[in-house]
Design a protein around this ligand. Structure first.
Ligand code: C2O
Ligand code: CU
Ligand code: CU
Length: 464
């Protein structure tokens, strides 16, 4: 209910109405990236960031950025235990980086602000995939330009498989009944360009759009089998929160959060994703009628989009029987925590976005975390007066939510997470084990205009 209040408030700020376009284009599926070679047991991939253009609406072309293409990037798909290397080539005029959001990788391969790739240069990330099956993603991460580069198209999915995910009886045919759904709200100007130029209010409240892209197109539709279909949902918007519902079916079953499977499927009538968050859901189209099922996306400014239309085809199947359990829960008991740290998120005068009163400084280590320790991080959104939501993301770990304003999290928020939404006034405690790699990592608000304007800090995981 605290959520509803916020929705109403932002509804009043909406100045841009949604652009209505009916194209009915078939939903593009980002291709799975083929590796370029195997070397000494390491699988090598290559990503090239470049400029391009795309006709989002017929007859009007938009300048874009993309990986190995004009907009967004291919899906990188790897297995737990695998040794992976990704060469990233920068053909932009600007410095960039590629961060593997949600991945447990060494600091020098994390792709954060310290791994910038100068124009015309390249960078090699290499790591062993050491975490469970999950839907992660990748995007640039340079201080001050992340917002623009993501906005113009630099982002892609990073899917991890493992034996456990293989053994579960879940739909898994990529692009057929296992469908990536990258949602991004975008503001097209009168010339059909993105023109990313955030004003001061845009910095404070986020760069809101007037259209919603799904896998890089407007108003797509997708034929789906009349049975269970898995959607891998990513809110890839810069700052817009999305509340997702299905028109034509009462509910969907969430099976995974940011970092992997939940203990069991959770039936939900709607899902709220803040920027950076993912959810995997099963939609049972055997229960759909004869008209299409529409994935509706409502923004925290009150805009309501028909984001994606599903057209079930084939014979009516029997209802999907959800598995009773997915994976064994991996809770971290509070009693194991070595300490608690506090993080206060606050917007200041003139768009000064802070954590604990400070803006991001590349030369400052904000927190020092001993390698191997278990910590509680208490995060507070002190922007009650500003009614400003934030989305707190931590690199290097998948955390568990201990409580939200003193109450245990709902079941769908009890799994592995790397990004968490904080409504104005919220206080959330998370717990994580910092046991992988020493080195410098980031924590920040994933509303990219906030991140670019200071709402980020650095923690150094230190070996004893
Ligand atoms: Cu998705 Cu530090 O970012
Ligand atoms: Cu990240
Ligand atoms: Cu924020």
């Amino acid at each position: 209910m605290r959520r509803l209040l916020s929705l109403i408030f932002w509804g009043c700020l909406a100045l841009l109405g949604p652009i209505v376009r009916v194209t009915g284009e078939s939903l593009p599926i980002p291709p799975i990236l083929e590796s370029v070679r195997m070397n000494d047991g390491t699988r090598f991939f290559e990503l090239t960031a470049d400029e391009g253009s795309r006709e989002f609406s017929p007859g009007s072309s938009t300048k874009t950025l993309g990986y190995n293409g004009d907009y967004l990037g291919p899906t990188i798909r790897v297995r737990r235990g695998e040794k992976v290397a990704v060469q990233v080539n920068n053909r932009l005029d600007d410095i960039t980086s590629v961060h593997w959001h949600g991945a447990d990788v060494p600091a020098e391969s994390d792709g954060g602000p310290h791994q910038g790739i100068p124009p015309r240069d390249s960078w090699l990330a290499s790591f062993v995939v050491r975490q469970p099956a999950a839907t992660l993603w990748y995007h640039p991460h340079i201080v001050g330009t992340t917002g623009r580069q993501v906005y113009e198209g630099l982002a892609g999915l990073f899917i991890i498989d493992d034996d456990e995910s293989d053994s579960l009886d879940l739909p898994g045919e990529y692009g057929v009944d296992d469908i990536p759904v990258i949602l991004q709200d975008r503001r097209f100007d009168a010339d059909g360009e993105f023109t990313y130029r955030p004003s001061m209010p845009d910095v404070m409240h986020g760069y809101f759009g007037n259209a919603i892209l799904v896998n890089g197109v407007l108003d797509p539709s997708k034929e789906v089998p009349r049975g269970p279909v898995r959607l891998r949902l990513l809110n890839g918007s810069n700052s817009t929160l999305l509340r997702l519902t299905l028109d034509g079916l009462p509910e969907m079953a969430q099976i995974a959060s940011d970092g992997g499977f939940l203990e069991r499927p959770v039936e939900l009538s709607h899902i709220i994703l803040s920027p950076g968050e993912r959810a995997e859901v099963i939609v049972d189209f055997s229960q759909a009628g004869n008209s299409p099922v529409v994935l509706k996306a409502e923004t925290n400014r009150g805009q309501l989009y028909d984001a994606l239309e599903f057209r079930p085809v084939g014979n009516t199947a029997t209802a999907w029987k959800a598995p009773d359990t997915l994976v064994a829960p991996e809770n971290i008991p509070e009693s194991e925590a070595d300490r608690t740290r506090r993080f206060v998120l606050q917007s200041g005068m003139g768009g000064r976005m802070t954590i604990n009163g400070k803006t991001m400084n590349m030369r400052r280590v904000n927190e020092r975390v001993p390698l191997g320790s278990t910590e509680i991080w208490e995060i507070e959104n002190r922007d009650g007066m500003m009614s400003q939501p934030h989305s707190f993301h931590v690199h290097a770990v998948q955390f568990r939510i201990l409580d939200i304003n003193g109450r245990p999290p709902p079941e769908y928020d009890s799994g592995p997470k790397d990004t968490v939404l904080l409504w104005p006034g919220d206080k959330i405690r998370i717990i994580a084990r910092f046991d992988s790699f020493p080195g410098l990592f980031m924590y920040h608000c994933h509303l990219l205009e906030h991140e670019d304007n200071g709402m980020m800090g650095q923690f150094l995981i230190e070996a004893p």
